[in-house]
Design a protein. Structure first.
Length: 75
């Protein structure tokens, strides 16, 4: 059996910290079924693969140097 140093799953609090959002946002994502969780007794566990899938589903960020916005910097 291969043992990884990366967690298999995260609590909602840990997932929030990992993504840099609040717990409320994590529970909103769960409520909208944008991410799924598992229950182990009373614990809510969010698989690491689910967080990775969610991040991959987000749109790519574009910054000013990435795309032609039709603006010029003439001054």
């Amino acid at each position: 059996m291969l043992i990884s140093s990366s967690p298999l799953c995260y609590s909602p609090q840990e997932a929030a910290k990992l993504l840099g959002v609040g717990r409320t946002t994590i529970f909103a994502l769960l409520g909208r079924r944008e991410i799924t969780a598992r229950k182990l007794g009373t614990r809510t566990l969010i698989p690491a693969t689910e967080l990775a899938r969610y991040l991959d589903s987000l749109p790519e960020a574009h910054f000013f140097g990435d795309a032609d916005l039709g603006e010029t910097n003439d001054r």
